[in-house]
Design a protein around this ligand. Structure first.
Ligand SMILES: Cc1cc2nc3c(=O)[nH]c(=O)nc-3n(C[C@H](O)[C@H](O)[C@H](O)COP(=O)(O)OP(=O)(O)OC[C@H]3O[C@@H](n4cnc5c(N)ncnc54)[C@H](O)[C@@H]3O)c2cc1C
Length: 384
């Protein structure tokens, strides 16, 4: 694609900003349109697995990522009621295998790092309070129409507008993602005073029947982030609903006292829950000069911690394809490269319930094979 083409990005989440920065580094002019009145991310942590950090380091974000992120020493799996360690993998030993570290970071810190890097190229490319209503192909390009009456025109458009994507609905119809039968609670808890089992430098998955909890430190171990997931019913509208800690404790009745101490310490008003939705893997994300990226293309269960990682890989591969080929061929190539990878991980994330919410049998080898096969993918060098 010629560097004179202007790329329109809808949505300034982790996916939109990574794609934007990848394109800027490849020499393209971008404009990013975000619906919210301010740029930002939710107050929670995120696990960046080596397949994601490899891309972020390649984008020159090492200082931000390493200064703000935590490097867990090990990945532990504990039994829900006894806290027995069922599996332990020292993570520093795995850096050589994966070629990049695992980093846990507050989402706001990752988002700010990406935003600053994009703004350093061009502060005028970032626009808030732009709710995209529809997108259109024109004779020689693309157009996005916003609720505030503005219209943006360019040569390529990337829908990075999340699981309820308007760009996706415009291209392929308004079919909602479906409920997976799993509900998640999240909390960010000050680490001071918590038992060592839940506040140490390892990341831990607590495994129980039809339930699991992932917990790890962020902001240099001063906070513990948890995501507690249960197979249960979901009848509420919305994605980010304030939750009662007492309801959460009832759901995790019978779990180890140290884990319950973590859940119970969630500061008042900061525990949230939401139903987990995904889509069937799709082979087609693209029409002409418009494509999808991140959750807009492939929302998935968070059981393998791969949603953002897939969005980050998408951005890297998309920029590489656009650098090499004319626009429409490049978008086809991108889709061809990425749809099987992301679709495979949608299916693995569903199947992972059998590994993370099931205490029967020794699943260590299977769990390790799962993560090894995901983490070794290199979006920066994979043939495009
Ligand atoms: C409980 C849980 C834990 C998770 N943990 C991890 C993890 O540890 N590691 C990991 O890699 N992934 C994790 N994920 C997945 C990850 O959070 C998502 O996959 C990722 O945030 C998707 O990024 P995105 O940029 O594609 O979409 P989003 O983050 O949804 O961003 C979309 C952006 O588009 C904007 N937007 C939406 N509609 C419009 C519109 N019409 N016009 C303009 N702007 C619009 C939104 O405001 C938003 O800023 C987790 C998910 C859940 C639910």
């Amino acid at each position: 694609m010629s560097p004179s083409e202007h790329v329109i990005i809808i949505g300034a989440g982790i996916g939109g900003l990574t794609a934007g920065l990848s394109l800027q580094r490849a020499g393209y002019r971008i404009s990013v349109y975000e619906q919210a009145p301010e740029f930002g991310e939710i107050g929670a942590g995120i696990m960046l697995t080596p397949n994601a950090t490899r891309v972020l380091l390649n984008l020159g974000l090492e200082s931000g990522l390493m200064a703000k992120g935590d490097r867990p020493t090990a990945s532990l799996y504990r039994k829900f009621d006894t806290a027995e360690i069922m599996q332990s993998t020292p993570l520093n030993d795995r850096v050589a295998t994966y070629g990049a570290p695992q980093v846990h970071i507050h989402r706001a810190d990752l988002h700010r790092t990406l935003l600053d890097a994009v703004a350093a190229y061009d502060p005028s490319c970032l626009h808030t309070s732009h709710v995209c209503e529809r997108v259109e192909q024109t004779a020689d390009g693309v157009r996005a129409v916003f609720a505030n009456g503005t219209v943006a025109e360019g040569g390529v458009l990337i829908g990075c507008d999340g699981a309820r994507s308007v760009v996706r609905a415009t291209l392929f119809g308004r079919e909602s993602p479906h409920f997976t039968g799993q509900v998640a609670w999240r909390g960010l808890v000050p680490a001071a005073g918590l038992p060592d089992t839940v506040s140490g430098p390892a990341s831990t998955v607590w495994i129980g029947p039809d339930h699991h909890v992932v917990q790890y430190g962020v902001r240099h171990g001063t906070f513990v982030n948890f995501v507690a997931v249960a197979r249960t019913k979901w009848e509420e509208e919305g994605w980010n609903i304030p939750a009662n800690v007492s309801d959460l404790l009832s759901e995790f009745d019978g779990w180890h006292p140290d884990l319950r101490a973590l859940l119970a310490a969630t500061p008042a008003g900061t525990c949230f829950k939401w139903g987990l939705f995904d889509r069937e893997p799709a082979d087609v994300w693209t029409q002409g000069r418009i494509t999808l990226l991140g959750d807009a293309a492939h929302p998935m269960l968070p059981l393998m911690a791969q949603g953002s990682a897939m969005a980050i890989e998408d951005g890297c591969v998309l920029a590489r394809c656009l650098s090499d080929l004319p626009v429409e061929k490049a978008l086809q190539r991108y889709e061809h490269m990425r749809a099987p990878r992301a679709g495979g991980i949608i299916l693995r994330s569903r199947a992972a319930a059998g590994l993370y919410q099931n205490v029967r049998g020794d699943k260590s080898a299977e769990r390790q094979a799962y993560v090894d096969s995901i983490y070794t993918y290199d979006a920066t060098t994979v043939a495009v």
